[in-house]
Design a protein around this ligand. Structure first.
Ligand code: SAM
Length: 240
């Protein structure tokens, strides 16, 4: 038997993502389809031949390090946000970031593969990854065996706290959104709407109305608050 404490893995890539902090990142991939990111292969894996054949697949599995919460350690029991933060579950019964080995697993849609000099980049769609996330491995998603429509779990996404309140931009925020959408060349309006619809607030703030929140996308700070019947985006500004 190999020594069980002797594994050492180095990243094969790093993610460049719109999400600059953990707050606001969706809880799973595929929920914010407008979120774009790029996976850059790191040396010595920055060679196109490592990706030969990948164009046959629409999605990949990414194994990654929850690098931004390593210092927080792990917990045996955690409060999954999908249960409204009310009940605790064993860490291995959840997708919590606070794991003994802080490794995450996400399935994401892939787009173009680009090469610029020695940089090899894969476009990702709908990722739930923080900017700078180290990637340990890439594997193709195999629908014939990875897709399990008969699989069950005791909760459904509709049991989540978010009741999908509409997201409404103030006139001023709409105007700012148009300006930044044009300079970024992205549909910022749909991206922000998809993110806030998920209600990123921690459960202990879920009933607070009018409290101001901010999420960071690229170099922008998106300011918003929950109202009784909707979420309101009231300012979009460049971060200093
Ligand atoms: N899909 C993955 C999984 O199941 O392993 C991640 C699920 S985890 C519940 C999703 C959360 O991880 C996001 O909402 C974000 O706050 C956090 N996250 C994403 N990238 C991270 C990183 N590099 N370091 C720490 N936390 C990260």
């Amino acid at each position: 038997m190999p020594p069980t404490d002797a594994f050492h893995f180095s990243p094969i890539g790093i993610v460049h993502s719109c999400y600059q902090e953990k707050f606001g990142i969706p809880r799973q991939p595929g929920l914010v389809t407008m979120a774009t990111a790029q996976l850059e292969l790191l040396p010595p894996y920055n060679r196109l031949d490592t990706l030969d054949g990948l164009e046959a697949y629409s999605h990949i599995w990414l194994q990654f390090v929850f690098h931004a919460c390593i210092s927080e350690g792990w917990k045996a029991k955690v409060r999954p946000p999908r249960l409204g933060g009310k009940s605790k579950m064993g860490v291995f019964a959840t997708r919590s970031t606070h794991r003994p080995n802080p490794i995450g697993l996400s399935v994401v849609k892939i787009g173009k593969i680009h090469q610029h000099d020695k940089r090899i980049l894969i476009d990702l769609h709908g990722a739930d990854l923080l900017d700078g996330t180290p990637i340990l491995d890439i594997k193709p998603y195999l629908p014939y065996s990875d897709s399990l429509p008969q699989a069950t779990s005791s909760f459904t996404p509709t049991a989540e706290r978010s009741q999908c309140k509409p997201v409404i931009f103030t006139e001023e925020a709409k105007r700012q959104c148009d300006v930044f959408s044009a300079s970024l060349g992205k549909d910022l309006y749909t991206l922000i709407t998809q993110i806030i619809e998920q209600d990123p607030r921690p459960s202990y703030l879920a009933n607070q109305i009018d409290r101001e929140h901010g999420i960071s996308l690229w170099d922008l700070n998106i300011k918003w608050q929950a109202k009784n019947q909707h979420f309101e985006i009231f300012e979009i500004e460049k971060m200093k």
